[in-house]
Design a protein around this ligand. Structure first.
Ligand SMILES: NC(=O)c1ccc[n+]([C@@H]2O[C@H](COP(=O)([O-])OP(=O)(O)OC[C@H]3O[C@@H](n4cnc5c(N)ncnc54)[C@H](O)[C@@H]3O)[C@@H](O)[C@H]2O)c1
Length: 345
């Protein structure tokens, strides 16, 4: 019997419709988006402009939430209340209160809940995990990451974009709330979680808008006694850079990508005590060993956890580990850099 699935948010979400349709155990029964022109692309499915109506009338067993960030926690709660399992894009929550409510409901209703943090599923991340686990870097002492990307609107948003899409990125996406693409892989590689978050922000909110500073930096402490520095900024005159480093007692690694559109531009540099000095790792770093598309594997793993009854690859607590520390660092920055405790669910 197929798992009845629904997808909400049909910009990036249209990819999730296809990914779920590729999975033999799934049947996509419904899609939801307030834009009729998006719904018109799915003549064979039940289509809904209203999310709650979709939950009620289509009764999906699993929902993929690929909607604007601020909707993620309310829609996750509504979906789990209605009995559905939830796969949700990043940022999955905007506060510790939202995180707690989501975790408690997932446990109370015994629903699978997973952040769709896809960077961890990329080929380079799996390869780095093997290197770290082999002990090539010795003991990992700390980490850093930077994610900066010029996402300033190139032209004024249309009324429709202001209402339904894109605008939330400019007014309601504090850069550190979008921490999971760097923090997720780092915590996964170190098998660690953050215990405190301290934030500092740069620039004026007027440059970005709403609650959003152009440049935000977090200092995070971990359960394993490490520190992680994160810097994120999306409303800057600065082309895309995604980079991360692991500092070890016997070696270090630096990953850097300067071209958003070209995953092959990713470089992985390593230096070890045995072979000091930076050198590029000569591998096809982006392709997975199994040759599969990483997002398909993520979706398939999540579906498999529902069908088999096994825990999700990242359960509700781990999903919060990857995103909430950044959210709390942003809050910390607003209060002059006060150190915040990160709840460990
Ligand atoms: N993992 C990645 O690399 C990656 C890349 C891009 C986007 N994302 C994430 O994916 C999500 C969606 O991003 P996007 O670029 O498609 O955003 P977007 O703003 O371009 O599109 C959001 C879509 O959701 C729809 N929508 C708005 N309100 C809705 C509601 N109440 N119910 C259902 N649908 C609603 C909009 O009409 C629009 O079609 C975000 O969380 C974003 O952070 C992740």
């Amino acid at each position: 019997m197929s798992l009845r699935c629904a997808v909400a948010g049909l910009n990036r979400g249209s990819r999730f419709v296809k990914l779920l349709q590729e999975n033999a155990d799934c049947e996509v029964v419904a899609v939801c988006d307030p834009r009729p022109e998006k719904l018109a692309e799915y003549p064979d499915l039940q289509v809904f402009e209203d999310f709650d109506r979709m939950l009620e009338e289509a009764a999906p067993e699993m929902v993929a939430l690929i909607t604007p960030g601020p909707l993620h926690a309310p829609q996750s709660l509504a979906a789990m209340e209605a009995g559905a399992h939830v796969l949700v894009e990043t940022p999955n929550v905007y506060s510790a209160e939202e995180a707690r409510a989501v975790v408690e409901l997932a446990r109370k209703r015994d629903r699978r809940y997973m952040l769709s943090e896809d960077y961890i599923y990329m080929g380079w991340c799996g390869r780095l995990k093997a290197i770290v686990d082999e002990g090539v870097l010795g003991e990992i002492i700390g980490a850093m990451a930077e994610y900066t990307h010029d996402c300033r609107p190139v032209k004024p948003l249309s009324a429709a974009e202001e209402q339904h899409t894109k605008a939330w990125r400019f007014h309601a996406l504090p850069p550190l709330a979008y921490a999971s693409h760097t923090l997720g892989p780092l915590l996964y590689l170190m098998e660690d979680r953050c215990t405190t978050a301290t934030g500092i922000v740069g620039g004026r909110t007027e440059i970005a808008g709403g609650d959003v500073f152009p440049l935000e930096t977090a200092v995070l402490e971990t359960e394993g006694g490490r520190t992680i520095n994160l810097t994120n900024g999306f409303m800057l005159s600065h082309p895309f850079i995604w980079c991360a480093a692991l500092y070890g007692s016997e070696g270090s690694i630096r990953v850097i990508n300067t071209n958003y559109a070209d995953p092959q531009a990713l470089r992985v540099l390593i230096s070890t005590d045995a072979e000091p000095g930076w050198r590029d790792l000569p591998m096809e770093w982006h392709a997975r060993d199994d040759g599969r598309e990483h997002l398909q594997v993520l979706v398939d793993d999540f579906v498999d956890s529902i069908i088999s009854g096994r825990p999700a690859p990242f359960d509700e607590a781990r999903s919060m580990d990857f995103c909430l520390p950044g959210v709390l660092a942003h809050e910390s920055a607003k209060f002059g850099g006060a150190k915040m405790e990160v709840p460990l669910f």
